[in-house]
Ligand binder design. Structure first.
Ligand code: RIB
Length: 324
């Protein structure tokens, strides 16, 4: 079972052939309101990949909150920890998707930023009975840090997707089992360049030096690099496709990855102590997550783009028609 603690947003999505420069006006080609938020997207991705998934999150008592909650109730096995808050609006994200499928996102957090460390203590039993705890950085850092500490104390495997990236206190890395930055997030976390393979390895080693057991650096069309404390480095290739919209591709990857790790823990029968996947197991989980996100970028929007297990399992046939 996976617990996701994180953000829930309504995405206000404008499509345009070209993004405007500062001071410029361009004509758009479409507008949609689509459920999103990194936390909710990752929870839906995990659930559609086949995991029993609980979400802890907050929305306002407004129509966005109502619409999003109804959608999440269809996908997730437990939405009882999603609270509707008085006096704050549901979080929103203003998203511009250009003609190449690239996005620019501005988040206004609203209810997502009302979490405190005490709120995390109140859900300790939920964390304790999870196989995997999945977190991002769209809720207050004090809540994320507390959740990681609780997971460590309870022997629960934790995955932190450090997005959007901020510099983190070094002590947090000793509480995370698996960190999943992309290249620019790795650079922000470490203050080091991460544009080339040697730079990514050096930056990753800085985080491993703080006690992080392993990390996966996602590299978009270049695939991903996994690095762990033993010094083992693996590259898992991407599946190139023509991207229509990359929104939530990273969320899809993280949710699907968490689903595979949840399965491995369930199959291992291990219930106490932290589960550490072998490099081989991690490579299999990364490949599954890479397939899921390749499907997602060929579809528009955040949650509507996230694939179901049957689609990921039928990937080879799908890819023979969609590879670029
Ligand atoms: O990762 C994509 C998500 O980032 C969007 O759904 C948006 O809500 C922001 O949280």
């Amino acid at each position: 079972m996976i617990t996701v603690i994180g953000s829930i947003n309504m995405d206000l999505v404008v499509t345009a052939d070209k993004a405007p420069e500062a001071g410029e006006t361009v004509m758009g080609t479409g507008f949609r309101q689509i459920p999103g938020g990194k936390g909710a997207n990752q929870a839906v991705a995990a659930a559609r990949s086949g995991a029993e998934t609980a979400m802890v999150g907050r929305v306002g008592r407004d129509s966005f909150g109502e619409t999003i909650l109804r959608g999440l109730q269809e996908d997730l096995s437990d939405t009882s920890h999603i609270q509707r808050m008085d006096g704050v609006p549901t979080g929103i994200a203003a998203i511009l998707v250009d003609g190449k499928g690239q996005n620019r996102i501005t988040v206004v957090s609203g209810a997502n930023f009302t979490f405190t460390a005490d709120d995390i203590d109140a859900i300790r039993p939920l964390i304790a009975r999870s196989h995997v705890l999945l977190l991002q950085l769209e809720i207050p850092l004090e809540a994320v840090f507390r959740a990681l500490v609780v997971a460590k104390e309870e022997g629960v495997c934790s995955i932190l997707n450090p997005a959007p990236a901020i510099e983190l206190p070094p002590a947090i890395y000793g509480c995370v089992d698996l960190l999943t930055p992309n290249e620019s997030e790795l650079s922000i976390l470490t203050g080091l360049p991460a544009g080339t393979r040697p730079q990514r390895i050096e930056a990753s080693r800085k985080l491993l030096g703080f006690g992080l057991p392993s990390l996966i650096v996602t590299l978009g069309s270049e695939g991903s690099l996994s690095i762990n404390q033993t010094g083992e480095i693996r590259h898992v290739p991407a599946y190139p496709v023509d991207a229509l919209d990359t929104t939530a591709a990273g969320d899809c990857f993280n949710g699907a990855l968490a689903c595979q790790i949840d399965r491995m823990i369930a199959e291992s029968g291990q219930r106490t102590g932290r589960f550490v996947p072998t490099p081989e197991q991690l490579a299999v989980a990364i490949d599954f997550a890479t397939k899921a996100s390749a499907i997602s970028v060929t579809r528009a929007g955040a949650q509507p783009s996230l694939p179901y297990r049957r689609e990921i399992d039928a990937f080879d046939a799908w890819y023979s028609l969609h590879s670029s």
